[in-house]
Structures are given as C-alpha cells and as structure tokens.
Design a protein around this ligand. Structure first.
Ligand SMILES: Nc1ncnc2c1ncn2[C@@H]1O[C@H](COP(=O)(O)OP(=O)(O)OP(=O)(O)O)[C@@H](O)[C@H]1O
Length: 529
C-alpha cells in the first residue's frame, strides 16, 4: 500500500490516561485532524480492505477493515512510520504479535495475522471489537460501581494470568488497553489489547531487543510499578501493580498515589469501597513486589470470591505472613453484602502497613524477585539495569543528553536558576538500601552545568500541560554519579504523594542519563505549567 500515513489522523478517542507507552519521550508533533490518510480504501496484503481509522496511540494506528475473502470485519494495527526508521523494529513488532497470538484466551484480543506492507511497515490483524476501551468508559461515566470494577478486574487478571504463563508480560496495562464490549448479555465483557507492544516501543527507543539498556522505562505514568521507577529488576508483577492502579482509577476516577519509597503508606481514595476490595487493592498495589499477589491468578481468585459474595480468604501468598481461618468474611443479608475483617487480616494489613513504612523509609534497594508459579519472561524488561554499572566519569560531571535525544546537547534554560536548599553532608554510603530513613535537608551545592535545564525542558515538554503549581524535585547521586532512582522525590508543598503530573516529572528525571556529582543530594525547584 502506498503511503502508510499512520501518523496522520482520524478520530482519536480521548484517554484520561494521557500518554501512550513511552510516548513521553517522543517529539512527534501533535496529531492534526486534517491530515489525509492514504491507507483508507486500500487493500493490505491482498486481502484486508482498510475502511476507516479507529484511532491511534504511541505505537501505531488502528483501522477498521474487512477481510475480503471471508467478508468479515477485522481491525488492523499498523506501526507508525517513525518506528520504521529502526530496521529491526518491524521484525520485533511481528515477533511480539506472533507471541501474543499464542496466548489464546477469552479475554485477550485475538490476533489472526501479521506481516509487512510492501514498503516494510509492520502490521497485525485482530478480531474487530464493537464497544469502547475503558478509558472512554471512565471519561464518560466517571467512577464505576465497585461490583463492576471487580468483574472487570477479574477478567483482566485472568487474561494476565494466561499471558504470564505464556511468558508474556504486558508492561502497559491501563484503561486504554482494555476494551469493553457486550457479550452473552454481559455489557462489561473485557478484552485486553496490545500485549508486549510496550516492549517493542522501548526497544526502538533504547536500542537492542535485549532490553537491558540503562534508562529505559516502559509503561504509562501512574500505572508504572515502583520497582521500575527505582530501576530494580522487575517481572510479571509490574502487570499486577498496573491492574491495581487501573481498578483504582475505575473506582475513583483517580490514579493511586505513589510513594516511591517516601513518606509512609499511601492513602487510597477508596472510602466508598468495601473493605475486602480495599484489602485486595492494597495488596495489588504493594510497593514491594514481594508483598503483591504472586500471580495474576491469585488476584483473580480473590476478586472472584468477593464477587460471589461467599466467604473470602484474601490469599496470603508469600507475604504478608500466612494466617489461619478466614481473613475476610463477606456475607449477604437483606441490605446487600456486608464484610467482616478477621483479626488475622487486620494483623496482616497492619503488618503490611509496617512493611510499607519500613521499605518506604529506607528508600530500599530490593533484591531481584522471581515470579512465583509462572515462568519468567525469558526476555528481561527494558527497565533492568545491567551490571556492572557504567564507569564513573571524572569530575567535573558531564551532563549527557536525555535518553531519547542522544545527539542533542543540553538546551539553554530560559528559566530562573534552581533554588537549592540547606546543606547536608553527603551520605557515608551510597548504597540506597543503607540510606537514612528520611533524608535531611539537601545540600546547597550547584547543579552540574546544563543538566537542570535539560531536566526542566524535558519535564515542561512532556508533563507541562498537566502542571499548574510549584514543584520541587529532590534526588541523590550515588558514589559513581548516577542517579539513585529510589531517591527521587517530587514535592508540592509538604505533600509527597504523587499525582499524574509529579509522576511524569519523576519519570523524566529517572530516565535521564545525566551524570551528577557523586554522593550529592540535589534539590531543584521550578514553576511548571
Ligand atoms: N481490535 C480492535 N477492535 C476495535 N477497536 C480497537 C481494536 N484495537 C484497538 N481499538 C481501538 O483503536 C483505537 C486506537 O488503538 P491504539 O491501541 O492505537 O490506541 P492506544 O491504546 O491509545 O495506543 P497505545 O496503546 O499504542 O498507546 C482505540 O480507541 C482502541 O480502543
């Protein structure tokens, strides 16, 4: 087909989740509604007629089409041309489509074909779904009833369980990637889209498909698990965290706050939600992956029991410690469901909070975790940092460009110089696991030349629209001048809980590959928006 103008437009559904996976790093111009789409009306691979554009995201555009031989509706996802600059990207895209097509689960969209256009642009063909994604649902309807969210969450958890067994980690679970349709009289039947594609985007940005590049951080802000922000080893439990965040979003319209190892346990905005569901979400959203559900199936099991209104035992998994007897009892009465939290669960919750606080206050460097009960994805996540670390640069520190723009020098800053806070002696030991519980006021040392401007520019460009207030970023460099991911803190006044905007800022800083003065603590204030 000529053109492959998938960066053109057509109707694009609004998503409250904002960004596509890693599209924060993109400098692509905004989509314009008046760009003609040369794919429309054409025939792909001799048998798929492209009828209309359904929308586009970070990876490519999706079209409604028709299988001409079978006369069946299909949907086609076509990779964006800018990814075509990478000679290997089409192959990786197809490889992911091939892997995802093997998942074969009722709640995973069925991929029926994949290939390349004449000019080398990759595509895959899916069953065409009639309905809308959950981002559109929550935008239109606002917070959903908890019973619906439990039903939706269980289906996604089952889809994830099947994918993880198949060795596929989604890496970008969010409402926009979960499609809602009506099937068998169920108006909330869910199909999960885009398995594995976030990895392809990351590979295209950060180099090799081995995905061990320093600085690569995949996912969508607000749904990214804390261990990814910290640059620690990660596994399928990043999807469990993301599903917890998705359910929180559906229940409240808001993303859960993130602590990133700071300031004690987060407060989920779930007061109107039954305690059983709160307990489930706290476990799915546990800061430490070892305290999360070990498998998506375990999470699905608890959601199923909650929905059934029978006695529910929150599966204790490996952590928090096992307790005997029902942890949570759900009973039906004339007024509906009622919940009793048993002493063991109460104890487990309190212990969980203690664990949260402990790890939060230590800004802990967690050991790599292995998935429990499912085979690990043989391909490491892009966020894993390879060992050994890069060599420490000789002082004075050199500001290297942000990851997505390797050739660009740090830009000049039109902004006022950063404000620095009061002094603190450098940490005696740069090991983040030995960091003091709550950092003392940071050092009043100058930032490396150019780097604050680079950070600030990146934040303004990629997160600026959502800001409207003063933000203070704090972070520490390790003994080799690398940023300690778990040390990054975004402050708005005295508040350290993160919303979308602050999470985006932290992400930009975390993924930057700037080199800092070894052992320094930095504070950078700016007014954004
Ligand atoms: N199989 C399908 N059938 C019908 N609509 C689909 C199908 N797959 C995707 N869509 C819709 O097409 C639109 C574009 O999908 P796309 O995956 O490109 O968007 P996105 O999820 O926002 O992007 P990304 O995940 O790449 O960031 C969305 O509205 C999505 O709901």
């Amino acid at each position: 087909m000529a053109g492959d103008d998938v960066d053109g437009t057509g109707p694009t559904q609004a998503s409250p989740d904002g960004d596509a996976p890693t599209d924060l790093a993109s400098d692509a111009p905004p989509r314009r509604a008046d760009v003609p789409d040369s794919l429309l009306g054409g025939v792909l691979a001799g048998r798929y007629r492209i009828d209309r554009r359904l929308g586009s995201g970070g990876m490519g555009a999706v079209y409604a089409g028709t299988h001409l031989l079978l006369d069946r509706p299909i949907a086609v996802k076509i990779i964006k041309p800018r990814f075509g600059d990478d000679p290997g990207i089409a192959q990786r895209f197809i490889q992911e489509a091939r892997t995802a097509s093997g998942i074969a689960h009722a709640h995973v969209v069925e991929i029926t074909d994949f290939g390349e256009t004449e000019n080398g642009t990759a595509f895959f063909v899916m069953e065409r779904l009639e309905g809308e994604d959950l981002a559109a649902t929550v935008t239109r309807e606002g917070p959903l009833a908890w019973q619906r969210v439990v039903h939706i969450g269980e289906q996604i958890a089952r889809a994830l369980g099947a994918a993880h067994k198949h060795g596929v980690v989604h890496r970008d679970i969010k409402p926009a990637n979960c499609f809602r349709l009506t099937r068998d009289d169920d108006p909330d039947y869910i199909k999960v889209l885009d398995f594995g594609l976030a990895k392809v985007v990351g590979a295209s940005r950060h180099g090799d498909a081995s995905l061990t590049q320093t600085g690569a951080l995949l996912g969508t802000p607000g749904y990214i698990a804390p261990e990814l922000y910290r640059g620690l080893a990660a596994d399928h439990r990043v999807d469990i965290y993301a599903l917890g965040a998705l359910m929180h979003k559906l229940l409240t319209g808001e993303l859960p706050p993130m602590r990133l190892g700071l300031d004690g346990p987060s407060e989920l905005a779930l007061s109107a939600v039954p305690p059983g569901l709160q307990a489930i979400l706290r476990r799915a959203l546990a800061d430490d992956p070892a305290a999360r559900y070990p498998t998506a199936q375990a999470l699905a099991g608890d959601l199923r029991r909650l929905a059934a209104g029978t006695g529910v035992s929150i599966d204790p998994g490996s952590d928090p410690p096992a307790a005997s007897g029902p942890l949570l009892t759900v009973t039906r009465d004339a007024r509906g469901l009622s919940f009793t939290i048993g002493a063991p669960l109460l104890g487990a919750l309190l212990l969980g909070l203690g664990v949260f606080a402990y790890f939060s206050l230590r800004a802990v460097s967690l050991p790599p975790t292995e998935p429990v009960g499912v085979p690990p994805d043989p391909r490491p996540l892009a966020v894993e940092r390879p060992a050994p670390p890069p060599p420490a640069p000789a002082p004075p520190p050199v500001a290297v460009p942000l990851a997505p723009e390797p050739a660009a020098p740090p830009p000049a800053s039109p902004d006022p110089p950063p404000v620095v806070a009061s002094p603190e002696p450098p940490p005696a030991d740069s090991d983040p696991s030995l960091a003091p519980p709550e950092p003392a006021p940071p050092t009043a040392k100058p930032l490396p030349p150019g780097s604050p401007a680079a950070v600030q520019k990146a934040i303004r460009r990629r997160c600026g629209e959502t800001f409207g207030y003063d933000v203070t970023l704090q972070w520490k460099a390790d003994a080799e001048g690398r940023l300690i991911p778990g040390s990054v803190k975004a402050l708005v006044g005295k508040r350290t809980l993160l919303n979308d905007a602050e999470t985006c800022a932290v992400r930009q800083l975390t993924r930057s590959e700037l080199v800092w003065t070894p052992g320094e603590t930095y504070t950078h204030k700016f007014k954004a928006g």
